[in-house]
Design a protein around this ligand. Sequence first.
Ligand code: PLP
Length: 391
Amino acid sequence: MSSKKIYSQVQNELADLGKVSMLRVIPDVEDGASRELLFKGERLLNLASNDYLGLASDENLREAAVKAINKYGCGAAASRLVTGNFGLYDELEQEIANFKEQDDAILFASGYAANLSIMDSFADRRSVVFSDKLNHASIIDGIKMSGARQVRYHHNDISHLKMRIESFRDVKSKILITDTIFSMDGDLAYIEEVADLCDFYEVMLIVDEAHAEGVFGGGKGLCFERKVSERVDLHMGAFSKAFGSLGGAASGNKDLMAYLRNKGRSFVFSTALPPAVVGANLAALRLVKDDSSRGTKLLEISRELKTFLQSEGFDCANSASQIIPVILGENEKALEAQKILMNAGLYVAAIRPPTVPKNTARLRLSLRADLTANDLAKIKNGFVKLKKELA
Ligand SMILES: Cc1ncc(COP(=O)(O)O)c(C=O)c1O
């Protein structure tokens, strides 16, 4: 090994992570976007992916991707602003805007890239950004990149948020950003109350609907369901979850979108998504637009399962979506629980700090609309077994 200091430093840090069960390794998973994945050669029911509607393997998406490759080839070969544009791209953005009932939309390489550009474009050193404590890492990173003052408020705590906004009420550039479904807790933002405060204090409101689109509000997201859509200044979404593909999107007022096309660094300085992905996104969006029943069914399944888990004494926090956490506390306990469920034929993610706060290590169930009655019975039996073995 090289004698340069960085090598021993890295080795020590990796060893430290290992000691507290926080070392991440890529699991030996195949077919990870399928209803049943392969883990070390064994088929397990997949309760860990974000393919909520089962669209990642849908025939329509596959065909659309192949058609796009046949027409345009495999790569976009440049940023959209240079030569990386093609008709499908414009079509997709137009359809996103229509679906979300907004003036215009812009597509990014991922949800992560979208949040970086959104925050970096609209906030700067003179801005203050109010951010829910449990917002996704991409939002936090975007705020850091912008140089704005980040003011975090307690999770879903409207009176704390009000206090925070009050103390910065004289700042000219005020922005609030919140997930609408929180990715590790599966609970929902109090979006009506948040919108009220933003209207009153003239705060720009940005929402991240990555986990809500495709599921809530006929697929249009939680803001649409709660009828606050027009009060939101900028809507962010992702094709990587319920839409079964890849890419992030922003939609809203046409000038805000034009601004993002000029200022969004991950848009300007990065190669456009490949045609196959854009073709698949378009097919996924059309499927959801034409039939939103998958999302409705998914929420019914989720309610049933959460009620069952709570009746067995599990702590599912305030989940009200297809994401159901089972909070266990210590890292080791979450890993042990994951193993027990594997023996029952279930693959569930064990989530540990720093992804979630210390001492709240958990299982994170992310359910899918294509689960059958037999699957649900299997999940329930698995958790009954888990309760016995953990006790
Ligand atoms: C709330 C939220 N926003 C943004 C992202 C990033 O999206 P992507 O995976 O498409 O980069 C995620 C991904 O997990 C997320 O949970």
